[in-house]
Design a protein around this ligand. Structure first.
Ligand SMILES: Nc1ncnc2c1ncn2[C@@H]1O[C@H](COP(=O)(O)OP(=O)(O)OP(=O)(O)O)[C@@H](O)[C@H]1O
Length: 611
C-alpha cells in the first residue's frame, strides 16, 4: 500500500496508471465498510470492476453488503407511499400547479384567490405514462417482497379519473399495460434472480370483487364468498396467546386460488387478470361510460418454501393489487335507483376506509372501525400499512375541482400513515397508562405500610413515616445531646429540645448551614442565641429540624449542632417498598418522555406533510 501511495505522489500521470492497475482501488475497497462499497462502485468503471471482483470472490462480504443494503433500504421505505396521478384534461381545467412532489390547487369554493398546497411522495402530471408511474413504485414494492412483507398497491379517486387505467390499462399494448401486469413481470425477474431453483416459492393467485358489501369470486362465476378471521399459524410447540390484530388475517372462505410457478407467472397471472377483469361489474356513470361499480382485489400469494428441517408450513407474502370503485357524490350523479344503492355501498366502504385512516392518523389509540365495511375488514392488514406496506395512487381529474380537492385531502390523510408513529403513539400511551397504575399501586403500598408502622409506634414517634418523610433526611437527638450544646457559640439547649430528646421524637432536616441567622429578641426560642459568642474555626454545622405537629398542634422548628443529631433509617421493608415505588416512578417518567418525543415528532411530520 505504501508503495502505491509513493507512486501516486510521483505525479498525476503515474497516479492514473496506479489507479487503473486496480491495486490501489482494491486496497481501498477492502477498507471500506460494506455500505460504502455500494457508493464506491459508482465512482468509475475501474472501481466498479474491482468491487464486483471482490464481491464475486468473497461470499461473506457479499452477504454482508446485501444485509447492509437491506437495512439501509428498510429504513428508507415508508410503510405508506402516496402518489398522485393527474389525468389528461382540457386546457380550461381549474387552476392548479404540479411539480415532482407538490400539487397546488385553487380552492373551488373560495371567491378569493386562495389555494391549497399538498405534498406527496410523487406527483405525476398528465404527461406521465404507465412506465413512469411503475418505475417509482417498482423498487420499494419488490424490496417488500424480498423482505417477505405483505404489500398493497391500490388506486383511489373519483370515478373516471383513471384508476382502472392505472391498475390494469391495456395489456395488449406494452406501453399501456397497467401496474398489475408490470408487477408480475418484475416479480418473475426478482424471484428468478434472487432465489435458487429449489428455494423458489410457489405462487397462488386469487381475484375477487366487493360489490354492495358482498364478496364475489371473479375466478368462479362471481360466486359469493364469506369473510372470516384466521390466526397466523403458530410454530409447533409455541404457547397460546390471545389473538391481537395483526396475528389475525382475514380470509375469504371458498375463494378460488390458482397456482403457478415462477417461470410462467407472467402468462398465467395475466390470463387470470383478464378473466377476472372481464367478470367485474361495470356500469355507466355521469363521468365514465364503463365505470367499475365494485372494488376489485387481485392477490398474488408468494408461498415461500419452509425452512429446512422444520415441519411448519412456509410463510406466505401477500401482494394485493386493488382497484377501488370510484369515489363520487352518489346522490348527486346517480343515474338510477340501482346506482344510488351501489353508490351508497361504495361510499360506505370508502368512508369507512377514511375513518380507519383517520383513527390511525390521529394516533390516539381510539377504536379503529376495520369491521364496519367488507373492504376495510378484508384489507385490514394491508391497506393501512399497519402490517403491510401500502402504495396508494390517488387519481385526479382537474376538470372536476371539488372532487379533486376531496381526493387530495383523502390522500393527504393517508400520507400521515407514513409514519409508524401513528401506531407507536397509542402503544406508548397504553404503556404509560399501565405504568401509571403500577406506580400508583406501589405508592399505595408504601402509604399502607407507613400507616401500619406509625399506628404501632410508641407514643411520640407517631405519624413519623410518610412518603414525604421518606424522601427527606430523618433525624433524632443523640443521647446526652445537651452536653454538645454547651460550648456551641450560636445555639443553646431549651426545654423544647429537652422534651423532644426525652420522647426520642423524630424530625426532618429542613436546612443545614454554617452560621444560622441571629434570633430576634422576643421571637420564640428555637435554640438560636440572640447574641452569638466568639467562635473557633471548627464549629460544626447548624441544622434546622422540623418536628411535625400532632393532634392539630403546629409543627415545631428547632436548631441543632449537626453532631447532636443522628440519622434514622426507615424500616428495611419500607425501604424496599420505597425502592420499588421509585423504580416504578422512574419507568413511568421514562415512558412519558418517550411519548412526548414521539408526539412532537409526529406533530412535526404532520406539519411537513400538510404544508
Ligand atoms: N392517464 C390516462 N391516459 C390515458 N387515458 C386515460 C388515463 N386515465 C384514464 N384514461 C381513460 O379514461 C377513461 C376512464 O378511466 P378509468 O376507467 O380508468 O377510470 P376509473 O377511475 O377507473 O373510473 P371508475 O371508478 O368509474 O371505474 C378510460 O377510457 C381510460 O382509458
Amino acid at each position: 500500500m505504501a508503495l502505491e501511495l509513493m507512486q501516486l505522489a510521483a505525479g498525476p500521470a503515474r497516479a492514473v496508471q496506479v489507479f487503473k492497475s486496480g491495486n490501489l482501488t482494491q486496497q481501498i475497497a477492502r477498507w471500506l465498510p460494506p455500505v460504502k462499497l455500494v457508493a464506491f462502485r459508482r465512482i468509475s468503471p475501474c472501481c466498479r470492476q474491482v468491487v464486483s471482483d471482490l464481491l464475486a470472490s468473497d461470499e461473506a462480504l457479499r452477504n454482508e453488503v446485501q444485509a447492509a443494503l437491506q437495512e439501509v433500504l428498510h429504513q428508507k421505505d415508508n410503510r405508506v407511499w402516496v402518489g398522485i396521478r393527474v389525468r389528461n384534461h382540457s386546457a380550461d381545467a381549474g387552476s392548479f400547479a404540479v411539480d415532482r412532489r407538490h400539487i397546488t390547487l385553487a380552492n373551488p369554493s373560495s371567491s378569493t384567490a386562495s389555494s391549497t398546497s399538498f405534498v406527496f411522495n410523487r406527483v405525476f402530471d398528465h404527461r406521465a405514462n404507465q412506465m413512469d408511474v411503475w418505475s417509482s413504485i417498482q423498487a420499494p414494492l419488490m424490496r417488500c417482497v424480498l423482505r417477505r412483507e405483505h404489500a398493497c398497491l391500490f388506486a383511489y379517486g373519483q370515478t373516471g379519473s383513471g384508476k382502472t387505467y392505472t391498475m390494469f390499462g391495456d395489456p395488449a399494448s406494452p406501453s399501456e399495460s397497467g401496474l398489475a401486469f408490470r408487477v408480475t413481470d418484475s416479480l418473475k425477474q426478482l424471484l428468478q434472480s434472487a432465489t435458487c431453483v429449489e428455494d423458489r416459492p410457489s405462487l397462488e393467485f386469487s381475484f375477487l370483487e366487493v360489490y354492495n358489501e358482498r364478496v364475489h369470486d371473479l375466478l368462479a362465476n362471481s360466486k359469493v364468498c364469506v369473510l372470516a378471521g384466521e390466526r397466523e399459524e403458530l410454530a409447533p410447540g409455541s404457547t397460546y396467546h390471545a389473538a391481537k390484530l395483526g396475528d389475525e388475517h382475514v380470509i375469504v372462505r371458498g375463494l378460488t386460488r390458482r397456482t403457478c410457478g415462477v417461470h410462467d407467472i407472467t402468462e398465467k397471472i395475466s390470463e387470470w387478470l383478464l378473466e377476472g377483469a372481464a367478470a367485474r361489474i361495470v356500469g355507466r356513470t355521469a363521468f365514465n361510460p364503463r365505470s367499475s361499480r365494485s372494488h376489485a382485489v387481485a392477490t398474488i400469494h408468494v408461498c415461500w418454501q419452509p425452512d429446512p428441517g422444520t415441519s411448519a408450513k412456509g410463510r406466505e407474502t401477500r401482494l394485493h393489487i386493488v382497484d377501488l370503485a370510484g369515489s363520487e357524490r352518489s346522490g348527486q350523479y346517480a343515474i338510477d335507483g340501482e346506482q344510488l344503492r351501489e353508490g351508497a355501498h361504495i361510499n360506505l366502504s370508502l368512508s369507512t376506509l377514511g375513518r380507519v385512516v383517520g383513527a390511525l392518523a390521529r394516533g390516539q389509540g381510539e377504536h379503529v372501525p376495520y369491521r364496519d365495511s367488507s373492504l376495510t375488514w378484508l384489507l385490514s392488514d394491508a391497506i393501512t400499512g399497519c402490517h403491510a406496506r401500502a402504495f396508494m395512487i390517488a387519481t385526479v381529474q382537474p376538470e372536476h375541482a371539488a372532487e379533486t380537492l376531496s381526493t387530495l385531502r383523502y390522500a393527504q390523510a393517508y400520507s400521515s400513515l407514513q409514519s409508524d408513529l401513528s401506531t407507536k403513539i397509542p402503544r406508548l400511551r397504553a404503556q404509560v397508562r399501565s405504568l401509571l397504575c403500577q406506580a400508583d399501586m406501589a405508592q399505595r403500598e408504601v402509604d399502607t405500610l407507613c400507616s401500619l408502622i406509625n399506628d404501632n409506634a410508641r407514643i411520640g414517634k407517631m405519624n413519623q413515616w410518610s412518603r414525604e418523610t421518606l424522601k427527606s433526611r430523618v433525624v433524632q437527638i443523640r443521647r446526652h445531646g445537651e452536653e454538645l450544646f454547651r460550648l456551641h457559640p450560636y445555639l443553646k439547649w431549651t426545654d423544647v429540645h429537652d422534651t423532644k430528646a426525652k420522647l426520642a421524637q423524630i424530625g426532618l432536616v429542613e436546612e443545614v448551614c454554617a452560621v444560622p441567622p441571629v434570633r430576634e429578641a422576643g421571637s420564640a426560642n428555637d435554640g438560636r442565641r440572640i447574641h452569638f459568642r466568639e467562635s473557633s474555626a471548627n464549629v460544626c454545622a447548624c441544622v434546622r429540624v422540623v418536628f411535625t405537629g400532632k393532634h392539630g398542634h403546629q409543627s415545631t422548628r428547632l436548631w441543632f449542632p449537626e453532631d447532636v443529631l443522628e440519622d434514622v433509617s426507615p424500616p428495611a421493608q419500607l425501604q424496599e417498598l420505597l425502592r420499588e415505588s421509585e423504580k416504578a416512578d422512574a419507568a413511568l417518567q421514562q415512558k412519558v418522555a418517550q411519548l412526548k418525543t414521539a408526539q412532537k415528532a409526529f406533530a412535526s411530520q404532520m406539519q411537513q406533510w400538510t404544508s
